[in-house]
Design a protein around this ligand. Structure first.
Ligand SMILES: *[C@@H]1O[C@H](CO)[C@@H](O)[C@H](O)[C@H]1NC(C)=O
Ligand SMILES: *[C@@H]1O[C@H](CO)[C@@H](O)[C@H](O)[C@H]1NC(C)=O
Ligand SMILES: *[C@@H]1O[C@H](CO)[C@@H](O)[C@H](O)[C@H]1NC(C)=O
Ligand SMILES: *[C@@H]1O[C@H](CO)[C@@H](O)[C@H](O)[C@H]1NC(C)=O
Ligand SMILES: *[C@@H]1O[C@H](CO)[C@@H](O)[C@H](O)[C@H]1NC(C)=O
Ligand SMILES: *[C@@H]1O[C@H](CO)[C@@H](O)[C@H](O)[C@H]1NC(C)=O
Ligand SMILES: *[C@@H]1O[C@H](CO)[C@@H](O)[C@H](O)[C@H]1NC(C)=O
Ligand SMILES: *[C@@H]1O[C@H](CO)[C@@H](O)[C@H](O)[C@H]1NC(C)=O
Ligand SMILES: *[C@@H]1O[C@H](CO)[C@@H](O)[C@H](O)[C@H]1NC(C)=O
Ligand SMILES: *[C@@H]1O[C@H](CO)[C@@H](O)[C@H](O)[C@H]1NC(C)=O
Length: 293
């Protein structure tokens, strides 16, 4: 058991390292590709076509590649973009490579050149960065529900791993009333398992926790030894989809993508697809089984 847990931990750590690199890897988009940033022969449709083939995400970087002195690049308002009024740009750069970070989810960005009539000749770019996704309901533990996990603490770590928690999302804890509770605790209590000291305790399943602030959330159970036995969950809530490059909403919804395939293979609980009512049934059934034995 200890050996298997160690193996799981190692695999999980490796998967974590591998995917942290993905999370931080903001993409660089070289505007116009090999053509770069200049007056396009075909007019503005050239940059429209280029933009339509890109997959922009918050945190990505636009790189304008041009000949110094022959071009510049101005970020402008929508009105200025449409009318080609370049007298008062939001920002202006005249040295290649000129980079802009797409830092706001759901925003539109407009660029053009302020040099004579370049804008009218089609040297203009409009792009849209996708906004925050719809709020999600996350069933804690998926079909395992909220119990003392057979595999220890790592089961809830594996569940939370690679999930994107945003403000407005809801955690749903399923358990059997009277056999578990949901305790909201501080980090210190979470680490030391001193569960006599809680922020809030919920005793009625399903317990819905709306994630309405950013930062860390810590959960455990006040039942004797449950915390020490690994019934504990820590998550991070971020704003909007600023880390959304890690995971598409579809992936976040899928219970199979939270850990790597090898770790899934080791854990019987994380690989099966789960539906909320189904997961609930399974929890009840396994409890009934335990009582019969
Ligand atoms: C910029 O354009 C020049 C000339 O076409 C090219 O050699 C260079 O690789 C480009 N740089 C980037 C970052 O695309
Ligand atoms: C860029 O702008 C700065 C200040 O406006 C100016 O001093 C510099 O000569 C310009 N560089 C080029 C390549 O036009
Ligand atoms: C261009 O925009 C500036 C303000 O940014 C405004 O003062 C000016 O009148 C505009 N020019 C035209 C031709 O609309
Ligand atoms: C812009 O980003 C490119 C990488 O795409 C980098 O090589 C270049 O140094 C950056 N330019 C500036 C001015 O930061
Ligand atoms: C989050 O989204 C809201 C509305 O879409 C937006 O106003 C706000 O600037 C965004 N915050 C960040 C940090 O992207
Ligand atoms: C989340 O659960 C609530 C309450 O059951 C429900 O109204 C809402 O539609 C659910 N949202 C999603 C995205 O499933
Ligand atoms: C919780 O229990 C620990 C030791 O078991 C004790 O030191 C601590 O004072 C208790 N805290 C509260 C709030 O009762
Ligand atoms: C738990 O108790 C609440 C009332 O306190 C009830 O609404 C809920 O249906 C119960 N859940 C289960 C799983 O029995
Ligand atoms: C956040 O949600 C909790 C319940 O999950 C609620 O008690 C609290 O009032 C909410 N806070 C805000 C600022 O909405
Ligand atoms: C939340 O994110 C911070 C900063 O990235 C990190 O230090 C912390 O360990 C994370 N906490 C959890 C519970 O994942």
């Amino acid at each position: 058991m200890v050996f298997i847990n160690t193996v799981k931990f190692v695999i999980l750590s490796l998967a974590l390292c591998a995917s942290l690199q993905n999370i931080n890897a903001e993409e660089v988009h070289v505007v116009g590709g090999d053509f770069g940033w200049a007056i396009p022969l075909g007019g503005p449709i050239f940059y429209d076509d280029w933009a339509s083939l890109q997959d922009f995400e918050v945190g990505d970087i636009l790189t304008f590649n041009f000949t110094n002195g022959e071009q510049d690049v101005a970020r402008v308002t929508k009105e200025a973009y449409l009318s080609c009024n370049t007298t008062n740009p939001i920002s202006l750069k005249n040295t290649s490579l000129a980079n802009f970070t797409l830092d706001v989810a759901g925003a539109d960005y407009y660029f053009t050149s302020t040099l004579d009539n370049h804008c009218f000749k089609g040297q203009k770019l409009a792009i849209h960065v996708p906004g925050p996704r719809e709020p999600l309901n996350y069933t804690v533990g998926d079909k395992l529900g909220w119990v003392v996990p057979p595999g220890g603490e790592s089961e809830y770590e594996a569940w939370a791993y690679n999930k994107l928690f945003l403000i407005g999302d809801t955690l749903v804890f399923y358990y059997i009333n009277g056999t578990q509770d949901v305790a909201v605790v501080t980090k210190e209590v979470y680490e030391k398992c001193e569960t006599n000291n809680t922020v809030a305790v919920y005793k009625s399943s399903p317990t819905r926790i709306i994630l309405n602030t950013t930062g860390e959330y810590f959960f455990t159970s006040t039942y004797t030894d449950h915390c020490a036995l690994g019934q504990k969950l820590a998550i991070n809530v971020t704003v909007n989809s600023s880390t959304g490059t890690a995971l598409s909403p579809a992936e976040a919804l899928s219970p199979t993508t939270n850990i790597g395939p090898s770790a899934s293979a080791l854990s019987p609980f994380s690989s099966a697809p789960s539906m909320v009512p189904f997961g609930y049934m399974v929890t009840i059934v396994s409890f009934g089984f335990a009582f019969i034995i």
